[in-house]
Design a protein around this ligand. Structure first.
Ligand code: NAD
Length: 333
């Protein structure tokens, strides 16, 4: 049996690790030259599986993939895949939910520490204007005893909690699907969103992007936050209403923001938020380490290989396809 698997896009040096995994089951890779919808739809026609990182695997692309039985996400969120269309057509969708929990939680602490200790500011000032060129008039907090609010207490939210506890933070969490007992076991205090926003010195977002969580943080939520509070988003850009965040940062109604994700996937340097001194930004790299990426490539390819061979993958997103009346896959429920 020979299979073809389309790789829509990737952000690492080569696709050799996934090629090696898929070669073991006789599958060859087709690497898309770009992530445009028309390109992907044309290439999708002839493939048995799709692997995707950030490219949009839209309704049109999924419908064009007439033979496809599995779409595998290189990563955690599946908001770039038309999962409903895949489910309707009986196509399995897989993901790799936990390959970078260490990296993202480290990155959150990195943004928090960079801001609070003003590391980037001091680094730039020493190299540019010289030693001692910035007066110590800014707000730098002693972290012990401060409150960190975690919105979304899943894998990454809990890992951030563990690390924050080691710094002496009191951790508040808000997650409608996590009980107060579960939060307490992890060392956090479960509160409602309003309390979290009012009381936290740092707020970090870790919920998925869904229609319910889009603009989870808007003008009303920002208005509840403390004047010196710092908002961190290493989850998904659209969780925040960026126009409202811009206003809050510019007017000083919150202290600052640390953002690894923005609404725009590739913002230009004149993007409003990038002009603000109280924003620390990284270009969607929180997931990245060599170890995490190798694990991601091998596991994402392994998931696709499993479905192609009729074996249950470790992480099936749309379990409803197991009950599909005429599924494309041959997985049993
Ligand atoms: P997870 O599924 O383990 O946890 C998400 C949690 O959010 C769950 O506990 C869920 O109950 C909770 N949640 C759902 N709706 C909510 C709401 N309305 N309010 C508050 N909480 C809500 O996911 P995870 O692995 O911890 O990932 C969290 C986020 O990080 C996702 O958005 C993911 O896409 C993003 N992510 C970003 C990067 C990056 O490189 N920046 C890397 C990996 C993951």
């Amino acid at each position: 049996m020979s299979f073809k698997v389309l790789v829509t896009d990737y952000v690492w040096p080569s696709v050799e690790p996934e090629r090696a995994v898929l070669a073991k089951i006789g599958a060859e890779l087709v690497v898309a030259p770009d992530g445009e919808e028309d390109t992907l739809a044309a290439l999708a026609k002839d493939v048995d599986g799709i692997l995707t990182c950030f490219a949009q695997v839209t309704d049109k692309v999924v419908r064009a993939a007439e033979k496809c039985i599995v779409i595998g996400r290189y990563g955690v969120g599946v908001d770039n895949i038309a999962v409903d269309t895949a489910s309707e057509l009986g196509i399995a969708v897989t993901y790799v939910p936990d390959y970078c929990v260490d990296e993202v939680s480290d990155h959150v602490m990195g943004l928090l520490l960079d801001w609070n200790r003003r590391i980037s500011l001091f680094d730039n000032s020493v190299k540019g204007a010289g030693w001692g060129s910035v007066p110590l008039t800014m707000r730098i907090m002693r972290l012990r005893g401060k409150k960190l609010g975690v919105v979304g207490f899943g894998r990454i939210g809990r890992a951030v909690c563990t690390k924050a506890l080691a710094f002496g933070f009191e951790v508040l969490e808000y997650d409608p699907f996590v009980s107060a007992e579960q939060a307490a076991e992890a060392g956090a205090v479960s509160v409602d969103m309003e309390t979290l926003l009012r009381e936290s010195d740092f707020v970090t977002l870790h919920s998925p992007l869904t229609p319910d969580t889009e603009n989870l943080i808007g003008a009303a939520e920002l208005a509840l936050m403390k004047e010196d509070a710092f908002l961190i988003n290493c989850a998904r850009g659209p969780l925040i209403d960026e126009a409202a965040l811009y206003d809050a940062l510019q007017s000083g109604s919150i202290g600052g923001a640390g953002l690894d994700v923005l609404v725009e996937a590739h913002p230009s340097p004149d993007y409003g938020l990038l002009k603000l001194d109280n924003v620390v930004v990284t270009p969607h790299v929180a997931f990245f380490s060599q170890e995490a990426v190798l694990e991601l490539e091998e596991r994402a390819a392994g998931e696709v290989a499993s479905v192609l061979q009729g074996q249950m993958p470790d992480n099936l997103v749309n379990t409803s396809v197991l009950d599909h009346p005429s599924p494309r896959h041959s997985l049993s429920g």
